[in-house]
Design a protein around this ligand. Sequence first.
Ligand code: SF4
Length: 470
Amino acid sequence: MSKLRAAARSGRGLQQGAGEGRKSPRRCRENVSSHKGMLPPVPAQQSAYHLFSHVAEIKTFRKNLLAWYDKCKRDLPWRKLAASESDANRRAYAVWVSEIMLQQTQVATVIDYYNRWMQKWPTLQALAKASLEEVNELWAGLGYYSRGKRLQEAAQKVVSELAGQMPATAEELQRLLPGVGKYTAGAIASISYGQVTGVVDGNVIRVLCRVRCIGADSSSPAVTDRLWDLANSLVDPARPGDFNQAMMELGATVCTPRAPLCMECPVKQHCRARCRVEKELEFASKRLLGKAAFSCSQAPDIEECGLLAGLWEFPSLALELGLKEKQQREVLLAHVQAWAGEAVARGRLRHVGEVSHVFSHIHQTYVVYSLLLGGDHKTASGRRDKMLERPAFRWVTQAEFQKAAVSTAMKKVWKAFERQICEGRGSGQGCKRKRAANPSRAGQWKVEADGSLPPRQFSLDAFLKAPAGE
Ligand code: SF4
């Protein structure tokens, strides 16, 4: 079994195909319908797909990005000032002015305004003495006049209330200076004071979402929090300011919203989005040349193509080709046990059959197993997926399953399971098919290796009932 993302309240566990990572390349897939009980949380390694979890990879990412930045960065006046100014207070002021001006304004437009501003008010003491009229006059044409006004008010506050000393940490900058938000505070603190803190702006969001293939809504608070975590885990401890500027520079000049220059990208080897696209292109070109047979091993992973993003599915696991049934069971059992959080008797795993489905141009084969869970499982939804702000798995009834956002392939899996149940109990109520002609198959549900399966569990209706006490 592997991932089910929705589930049945007494019946089937489902998990959501939201694009969490799996090992690639993916092959055939096993699915398990589990009966009764709550599935435990998705194993931690699945969410690692969207993170940087290996120290060596983080180090290489930093090294490559900074080497590129040193070579390719644009020559900008605020960068020159930040690099040459020895007084920390003046340095922070210079960065602060640039960050406020750059909010919602293009770099090319800002340069001239910045040079004139810094010439007129080279220190925050000088700015604090300026009149609002002077500030508005110089700001004219830059838009969003309140930014200039707030900048001057904050300068006055630093002079009058903080003895002319700029706060030196991101937390204090944000707390004490009007108009300074989390991003600006992080930028000033890392660039001017070397505080090891990441920053997240529009450019950084785009880069992070692409390198870690994050398709969730990046404007939602939960996703934003995760992106900050990601930025903080990546930032270079020796050169935090340069690293943050390099991330923004990359987003502005290489990883652009449209037509990113992936071939020139210094972090392309870490980019999951690029990897997916390349797989798709490779597969498409093989198909075009007639070299791609419709085999699972050739096809890119279905979820990696995004095709099933947001849909619920039974727990599933990518299988290497060529595994014998016994080996499949071993792999599956380990996976099931991780989900169930308890030992599962080997004999409870039932082979249902194989289901083929074509997603777009990709053929996928599901090797379906069913599992009857024992014990007193709860039926509430499982832990929440922080990135997607929804349960990572849930249990559903049969009726809920039919109405849920599930793929046609999952419905086929379910039908295969229903057929097996019907064959096991004959042509009773709810079964359209007659008893299977093959006696060994018809009796499949009657024999449990551990002998613990009660006879009434052979009925589909029986295990779809809500557990007692719910
Ligand atoms: Fe962006 Fe392409 Fe680089 Fe990925 S490889 S980060 S998509 S420019």
